[in-house]
Write a new protein. Structure first.
Length: 440
């Protein structure tokens, strides 16, 4: 008989592991996938589980569901780690799965954080997923479109998990404190205020909620075999609300997109909120300042040229001062951009010119606007016919500067927003003057 040690006891496991549900009835959240009649629940109940990727934030039940599926389908469950496993380990596991398959036993291969596997490791799964040797269940907090090889992803169903609702976390906490597996050596209870506060603090992450509950219970004094966790006990464990933010992951791009689009939609309140989300999550303020400066030209442009000055000034302030002081400088810039009149005429002008430039890189520059620094260049016509605008009373000439094949092409089309209406009127005057004098 194998001898067990002190750290092999169930009590040594984290609370989240001790109370992990073993069936769908005990699973909280993901009603859009696992509610009665929903697609993933039907696949599990009908024993038609395909290879899949479960994509969602931490602590929402991805690993738990994989174990429930393995138990329900009476399959071998192999937990695979990207950190400790290479190609050799992949092949070894697949050989074992092949032998089990010959005896009628299916294997579910659970790969947590599948995005951490390199391309070669992911490719090694392909033939075994294709021939049914294993049912692959990958879990990831990153967008699988970017992090999972397209060949492997095409052979898997992707199910998107959502952060748990506050009500889900509260129900989970209620069930936990009444579960004899949770605290086998004492009775733990939560005050109503503490339960709600912990549910809010956890930010939709069940593992965080259970970890904090366990820590708070361990820190409280036991009276007659009972422990009560109140808000004061929680505050001892939670100095600051955790922020769901990964500077290198999808949430990074989601939040900068939200900031940009809030400013574009002239919504300063939303813009400041997403700015705070990013800064409190640890984002580099210089990154945000660069994006704001870009916005000044892309979305405000000539409707308010001072926007670019504000954006550049905010960048300089962030560079010189740093966090946390520069947060207010970014707030000023973000609010200014939100309230400024909007024009994307500069962005559209450059994108159209860029497209044409890529297709006309060999188009010769007209001779009359080339410099002629040498006698030879002057003799072959460089600079011939050039008209110096400052020599005219109007400071204008009818001379065309575009290549002949593109004469009359227009890229900058001013809008009537803000100051751009003024610049647009000036441009129309210039074009009319040139046309009257034979210009194109």
């Amino acid at each position: 008989m194998e001898q067990t040690g002190l750290f092999d006891s169930p009590a040594a496991e984290p609370l989240a592991a001790r109370v992990r549900p073993t069936d769908l009835d005990g699973f909280f959240g993901q009603e859009h996938l696992l509610g009665p009649g929903k697609i993933l629940r039907r696949l599990i109940e009908e024993d038609r589980v395909p290879s899949m990727v479960l994509w969602g934030p931490p602590g929402v039940g991805k690993t738990t569901l994989a174990r429930i599926i393995a138990g329900r389908t009476h399959s071998r469950f192999v937990d695979f780690s990207a950190v400790t496993s290479g190609i050799r380990e992949v092949r070894q596991v697949m050989e074992e799965a092949g032998r089990a398959r010959r005896f009628g036993e299916r294997t579910i291969l659970f790969v947590d954080e599948i995005h951490r596997f390199n391309k070669a490791q992911q490719d090694a799964f392909l033939p075994y997923v294709e021939n049914g040797t294993v049912t692959l269940i990958g879990a990831t907090t990153e967008n699988p479109s970017f992090e999972v090889n397209s060949a492997l992803l095409s052979r898997c169903r992707v199910f998107v998990f959502r952060a748990l609702e506050t009500d889900d976390i509260e129900r989970l906490l209620d069930r936990t404190v009444s579960d004899p597996r949770a605290f086998p050596d004492r009775r733990v209870s939560l005050t109503e205020d503490a339960r709600h506060a912990l549910a809010v603090f956890s930010n939709g992450d069940a593992r965080t909620a259970l970890s904090v509950l366990e820590m708070a219970a361990d820190l409280q004094e036991e009276k007659d075999g009972a422990v009560t966790v109140d808000e004061a006990a929680l505050r001892e464990c939670t100095g600051r609300k955790s922020v769901l933010y990964d500077k290198k992951g999808e949430e990074h791009y989601n939040l900068i997109s939200a900031l940009h689009k809030s400013m574009r939609n002239s919504d300063p309140d939303a813009a400041v909120y997403y700015l705070a989300r990013m800064l409190e999550g640890g984002e580099d303020p210089l990154y945000i300042a660069r994006r704001v400066a870009r916005f000044a030209a892309e979305d405000v442009g000539m409707a308010d040229p001072r926007a670019l000055e504000i954006g550049v000034a905010a960048f300089q302030a962030c560079h010189m001062i740093g966090m946390p002081e520069c947060g207010v400088h970014l707030t000023e810039a973000v609010v200014y951009m939100s309230l400024a009149p909007k024009s994307n005429a500069l962005y559209v002008a450059y994108e159209n010119a860029r497209s044409d430039a890529a297709n006309t890189l060999a188009e010769p520059v007209p001779l009359h606007i080339r410099n002629a620094p040498t006698k030879l260049m002057e003799e072959i016509g460089y600079g011939k016919g050039y008209q110096y605008a400052h020599d005219t009373e109007e400071k204008l000439t009818a001379m065309s500067c575009l290549p002949d094949s593109m004469a009359g092409k227009r890229y900058y089309l001013p809008t009537d927003q803000g100051l751009e209406a003024k610049y647009g009127a000036r441009l129309e005057e210039i074009l009319a003057w040139k046309k009257a004098r034979g210009g194109k």
